[in-house]
Design a protein. Structure first.
Length: 261
């Protein structure tokens, strides 16, 4: 049987859910992935980024299931007198695998600049957390300019070192800022061209990577762009379990799966 590269489906709950809704949503999703052929056959690799206090609870719900758990943010500092911060070391010790870094909302609302993003990327890599590095052009431009901006953002994020070791890679979440929170994702051809150029640039740099698309990603999108991305980074359009199931079905079919009739 031909080995397929799993499709990544990442989900961020942001701060939409309270404790009860997080538990209810996670419980329903756990029941779905436990039975779904995409998960059983390793065709899809899902990961979930809940709010900090919910990480241990979510990990318990998904115990013994292939749902990786991570954090929506990490501190740029290793440790110390940084009230309210959460360190990469602590998250790694808790069993987290991913750390989201550089999201446009962190930049806009919390003043995180390129130096902070680089420091967070470096500390994540030092503690064997896979960075989910959010990149994207602020305003709509042509694909070539967008890709150049994205590669500059990646270079900046990796400038504080260390570069990923041989057994490590980064997940690049391409999220054009102008598409975040929009009624629909960026145009398919734009996403394809930008992600193809990003991949070429990262391959040339020798950086192991996977590329996922975010920015109002939802059902129906993956089928259109799966030739250029490794998966999706889902926000509000996966906050209904039924919508996530549609996307899971789509990922299964896109990677050669066949539902029994």
């Amino acid at each position: 049987m031909t080995q397929v590269t799993p499709i990544i489906l990442g989900m961020s709950l942001k701060m939409y859910f309270d404790v009860h809704r997080t538990v209810a949503w996670s419980t329903e999703i756990a029941a779905t992935i436990q039975q779904h052929p995409a998960i059983r056959q390793g065709i899809v690799e899902p990961f979930l980024l809940p709010s900090f206090p919910m990480i241990p609870i979510v990990q318990e719900i998904f115990a013994d299931m292939p749902m990786a758990v991570g954090a929506q943010n990490i501190s740029a500092h290793e440790s110390g007198a940084y009230t309210g911060e959460v360190s990469a070391q602590m998250l790694q010790q808790m069993g987290c695998r991913y750390a989201e870094i550089g999201h446009a909302e962190r930049r806009r609302y919390f003043g995180e600049d390129d130096a902070v993003v680089a420091a967070k990327t470096a500390v994540a890599l030092r503690h064997q957390l896979t960075p989910v590095l959010c990149i994207g052009e602020p305003e709509r431009v042509d694909p070539a300019k967008a890709a150049l901006t994205c590669l500059e953002q990646i270079d900046s994020a990796l400038s504080a070192g260390p570069l990923p070791e041989k057994h490590q890679h980064i997940v690049v979440a391409y999220e054009p800022v102008w598409a975040i929170g929009a009624t629909q994702a960026a145009p398919n051809e734009h996403v394809r061209e930008v992600c193809q150029s990003i991949r070429a640039g990262l391959t040339e740099r020798g950086i192991s990577h996977r590329i996922i698309y975010g920015g109002s990603a939802g059902p129906g999108l993956l089928t259109e762009i799966c030739d250029s991305v490794d998966g999706l980074f889902l926000g509000r359009f996966a906050h209904e379990p039924a919508a996530f199931l549609k996307i899971l079905d789509e990922a299964y079919l896109a990677n050669g799966g066949v539902f029994e009739t």
